[in-house]
Design a protein around this ligand. Sequence first.
Ligand code: GLY
Length: 431
Amino acid sequence: MGKKVLIVGGGGREHTLAWKIAQSPQVGKIIAAPGNAGIAQLGECFQIKDVELSQLADLAEKEAVDLTVVGPEMPLSLGIVDLFESRGLPIFGPNQSATQLESSKIFSKEIMTSQKVPTGHWRIFDVYQEALEYVYDHGTPVVIKAEGLAAGKGVTVAMEDEEAYLAIKENLIKGRFGDSSKRIIIEEYLCGEEASILAFTDGETILPMVTSQDHKRIYDEDQGPNTGGMGAYAPAPIVGEGLYDFIINRIFKPTIKGLERGGIIYKGVLYAGLIIGFNGPKVLEFNVRFGDPEVQSLLPLLKNDLFELCQATVDRRLKEQKLEFEEGSCLCVVMASGGYPGNYTTGYPISGLEEVAKMEDVAVFHAGTKMKKGEMVTSGGRVLGVTAKAENLESANQLAYQAVAKINFDGAFFRKDIGYKGLARLDEVPE
Ligand code: GLY
């Protein structure tokens, strides 16, 4: 009988992880909590929230799970790995101390500074007047970040002074994110193009994946408010080979070393959100998990057995592994509910999925979907990640949009330009 794997989480990232892990010849059964309608097609879903840690550990024990893989940052930062390990349950992900790299912007900046990892200049403030005076003196643009986790909403890029004053007030006076906004970082605004690099690490060996690029704004050409991510592609040609090596040597290695010096062994996936500017790459942020939607464009290209990679990370024997990626590109277009990231309505039937399932090299990862009276309906802001791989970025872009054209639900919204920066760089802009 094959291994049983529990996936914690219920978004597009977790469907992608379940899809890839289910391909392992070693894996017999996938279960998920809470999962979603896409994951339910691959295994069994249990209605336990990703933050209900004891119930998740009880489930893993009762179901005799061989490995748990955690998707979102919240259960990680609440200490799911520490809890599972204390109960002898194998789990893939960093422990609570290591998650501070994402859950505390100050911890992350301190590690970077001590290890000379390139990042923007920064200052910490907890006194309103002092933060204001800093902006009076230095002017804008600046980036204002709540110290802790804020569901992706804790960062304000203030181009004008008024925006900066407002963000400082929202955080330090109005406590917009509770304890997460008791302190803020005011950081240098960095110009350039963003890219993401994710790496498996067991605290000793670092196995970086190919580069990828997210599209965080809701509208084409990166206009409008930020979202959880409207699409991604991999690899991202902004990062050439030399730059890639620089990032591994000057960013990943010293960060893992710096953590180790503080007694923290990082096991899991480390995600560096980077800005590639005139002065070389700098770290915008670290995340302690697979990026979403980046993961949707990375895992279809990964040749390795993901279950084996996760297991080797947990057992600290990653040095036995070598990552291999397919040639070519992979591109994911997120289809969202109309109105997202603001208010939106759910419960609309989704059509076209069966037709798309017949398309070669296309996969549809579910984020906000559920079954209602035997019908697949929308249940969230981001609904589906429609992903295609092909021999190059242009073909992957075309194939993904051919698939998107076959899928429909009331109010469906998606960006029309996913991959545009990469395409422009390759001089392959589609007609
Ligand atoms: N793609 C952004 C994130 O996963 O945080």
